[in-house]
Design a protein around this ligand. Structure first.
Ligand code: SAM
Length: 228
């Protein structure tokens, strides 16, 4: 059977694509400060479902209203802003390898008057010398999807997707939670990619199920893992 966790490459897997994308978003925002740009998986209401999941699970593992949170591939930073608007008041860090994304998210934060508990930083999360510390919660909305499309492979034959779980392990404390939303990977595929000796699947966020040609499915899936 085909291993669907190995996707084809695409321009969405290049930094240039995201620099151009967020450069345009910044221009639109300058013209209209109400336009904070694209939020991935808005059609599925993924952002609110992730926020609601964390709110509903306050008290479980390291989820607290003042949890430290890092958002990998933060884009316009909207997921962190939404958490802030929904009473999460711990330190938050949005990371993205696109300078344009980081500038854009920082400009929105300034424009909306968010206090400096929400910070943004430019970094490639796969760089060995990138060590932002440990967090209670790690978030990914659409970032592994983009990473998978880069098609990057290493000398030992491993792909960039194969080493993604090591990045998450490095960032989480014991009982820390990793919440990921993907449109390219199913729940089973995400579990295969992320689960290991220390990261275990904990829960999923439910989405409406569609049926087409006798096959049932959802357009995106959100899975929570816990570090043991
Ligand atoms: C599909 S967008 C999602 C953006 C945001 N999370 C959202 O939901 O709107 C993927 C993001 O991942 C970022 N990204 C891709 N590879 C990365 C890497 N190796 N390190 C840091 N950011 C990366 C891109 O620049 C882009 O902002």
């Amino acid at each position: 059977m085909e291993d669907t966790s190995k996707l084809n490459t695409s321009k969405l897997g290049t930094k240039q694509y995201w620099d151009d994308f967020y450069s345009l978003e910044r221009e639109n925002f300058k013209e209209n400060p109400e336009d904070v740009g694209e939020c991935w998986f808005n059609d599925s209401d993924a952002e609110m479902r992730m926020v609601d999941f964390l709110n509903d699970n306050i008290g479980s593992y390291n989820i607290k209203s003042d949890s430290s949170i890092i958002d990998l591939g933060t884009g316009n930073g909207h997921l962190l802003f939404e958490l802030f608007e929904n009473d999460f008041d711990g330190s938050m860090l949005g990371v993205d390898y696109s300078e344009q994304s980081v500038n854009f998210a920082t400009e929105i934060a300034k424009n909306k008057g968010y206090n400096d508990s929400i910070k943004f930083e430019q970094a490639d999360i796969f760089q060995n010398n990138w060590n932002p510390g440990k967090f209670d919660i790690v978030l990914d909305k659409g970032t592994l999807d983009a990473i998978a499309l880069s098609g990057i492979k290493f000398d030992d034959g491993k792909t960039i997707v194969d080493i993604y779980s090591k990045v998450i392990e490095k960032l989480l404390d014991k009982d820390g939670v990793f919440l990921i939303t993907s449109c390219n990977f199913t729940e089973d595929e995400l579990t295969k990619i992320i689960q290991g000796d220390s990261l275990k699947k904990w829960d999923i966020v439910k989405y409406p199920v569609f049926e087409f040609g006798g096959v049932k499915g959802t357009t995106v899936c959100t899975v929570a893992f816990v570090k043991q």
